[in-house]
Design a protein around this ligand. Structure first.
Ligand SMILES: Nc1ncnc2c1ncn2[C@@H]1O[C@H](COP(=O)(O)OP(=O)(O)OP(=O)(O)O)[C@@H](O)[C@H]1O
Length: 330
C-alpha cells in the first residue's frame, strides 16, 4: 500500500473518487441498502442502487444525502467508509491526504462528522471544499486569477450557482431545483395527465432519453410502463418531449432565476469577464437537453457544457490537491 492524495466527490446522487496519478477509480451511486430490523448495511453503491424500488418489506435502499443535506448521518458515514475501504483493498491507500467535496448546504456539525468519518477510515489530513469551486476547477477554469468565472453545477439534490475570482466564491446561491426534482416533476405530471404511477427509475430514463428544456429543440416519443391509478393494473402509454418540457418548466425557471440573482449581485468588473468567457455548466444536470441554449437565451451570456460534466468535481479535487498551496486555505 502506498500513500496517495485522494479526492472524493460526495454527491447526493453519485460518489466519485479520484486518486493522484490514477484518475477516477470509483464512480458509484450514493445508495445504501439496509435491513430495517437489524439496521445492518447489506449493500452499498451500484449493488444497492439496483434494489431501489424493488426491495422486500424488511430492506430499504436509501440515498443518505438526498436533497443536498445529510438525511441520515450514520448511513452516510458507513457509505463513505465502505468506499474508502474498497480502495484499501485495491492497495491504493496508506494514510492519504483526502479532499472531500460535499453539498454546500450541510451544517458545520455535519462537516465535522464527515471529517471524522474520513479520519477514522485512515485519512492523514482531511480537507473539505465547496462543490461549485471544485467543479469550476474541474471544468478547466483558472479561478485563481483576479477575474470572474461563473459556474452552474446542476447535481442530483442541488444546483449551485457561483461566481469565483482569486480562488474563492464571490457570490453564490444554492437551490433544490436539480436532478431529483426533475424526476419528481415528471412523475407528478404523468400522474396528473395520464393517471399513471411510474417509479423514479422510469422518470430518470425519460429525463435522459427524450426530455428537453428548450421549446422545439427535441421531438421524440417513448413508450413507458407504470401502474394505472384507477384500475391498479400495469399499463403502457406513449409520451413525448414537449409534455416533459412542460413538466420541467417550473424547476428550470427556478435555475434561471437563481442565475439571474447571482449575476445581479456580481461586481461589474467580474460581470464583464463573464460576458467574455461565458458560463460553464457542470454536474449531471448539465446534460439536460437544451439547458445551454435556454440559459444563453435567458441570461444573454454564452453558456457552455463542460467536458464530462458528471466528473468535473472529482477531476477538480485532483487538480486542487496538486496545487493545494495555491489555495491558501490549508
Ligand atoms: N444525460 C443526462 N441527462 C439529464 N440528467 C442526467 C443525465 N445524466 C445524469 N443526469 C442526472 O444528473 C444527476 C446526478 O448528477 P451529479 O452526479 O453531478 O450529482 P451529485 O454531485 O451526486 O449531486 P449534488 O451536486 O446535488 O451533490 C442525477 O439527477 C441524474 O439523473
Amino acid at each position: 500500500m502506498f500513500a496517495k492524495d485522494i479526492g472524493i466527490d460526495l454527491g447526493t446522487a453519485n460518489v466519485l473518487i479520484h486518486v493522484k496519478g490514477k484518475g477516477i477509480v470509483l464512480d458509484e451511486p450514493a445508495v445504501v441498502a439496509i435491513d430495517k430490523q437489524s439496521n445492518k448495511v447489506l449493500a452499498v453503491g451500484e449493488e444497492a442502487s439496483k434494489m431501489v424500488g424493488r426491495t422486500p418489506g424488511n430492506i430499504v435502499a436509501i440515498r443518505p444525502m438526498r436533497d443536498g443535506v445529510i438525511a441520515d448521518f450514520d448511513v452516510t458515514e458507513a457509505m463513505l467508509r465502505h468506499f474508502i475501504n474498497k480502495l484499501k483493498v485495491k492497495g491504493f491507500l496508506s494514510k492519504p491526504r483526502i479532499l472531500i467535496c460535499c453539498p454546500t448546504n450541510i451544517t458545520s456539525v455535519e462537516q465535522k462528522a464527515i471529517q471524522d468519518a474520513a479520519e477514522k477510515s485512515g485519512g492523514k489530513k482531511i480537507y473539505l471544499e465547496e462543490e461549485p469551486k471544485v467543479a469550476a476547477i474541474g471544468a478547466g477554469m483558472d479561478i485563481f486569477q483576479p477575474s470572474g468565472n461563473m459556474v452552474i453545477d446542476i447535481g442530483g439534490g442541488t444546483t449551485d450557482v457561483a461566481v469565483l475570482s482569486m480562488g474563492d466564491i464571490v457570490t453564490s446561491e444554492s437551490i433544490k431545483a436539480a436532478g431529483d426534482m426533475f424526476d419528481n416533476d415528471i412523475i407528478q405530471a404523468i400522474k396528473r395527465k395520464h393517471k399513471l404511477h411510474i417509479g423514479e427509475r422510469t422518470a430518470e430514463t425519460i429525463k435522459k432519453s427524450i426530455a428537453t428544456v428548450f421549446r422545439g429543440s427535441r421531438k421524440e416519443e417513448m413508450d413507458i410502463r407504470g401502474r394505472d391509478m384507477v384500475s391498479g393494473l400495469p399499463r403502457t402509454i406513449t409520451i413525448n418531449s414537449e409534455e416533459i418540457r412542460e413538466a420541467l418548466n417550473e424547476s428550470i425557471e427556478m435555475i434561471v432565476q437563481s442565475a439571474k440573482n447571482v449575476l445581479e449581485r456580481t461586481p461589474p468588473e467580474l460581470s464583464a469577464d463573464i460576458i467574455d468567457r461565458g458560463i460553464f455548466l457542470t454536474g449531471g444536470g448539465a446534460l439536460m437537453h437544451g439547458i445551454d441554449q435556454l440559459l444563453a437565451e435567458e441570461l444573454k451570456v454564452p453558456v457552455f457544457v463542460s467536458d464530462n460534466p458528471l466528473s468535473c468535481v472529482a477531476v477538480g479535487t485532483g487538480i486542487l490537491l496538486d496545487n493545494i498551496s495555491k489555495s491558501g486555505r490549508y
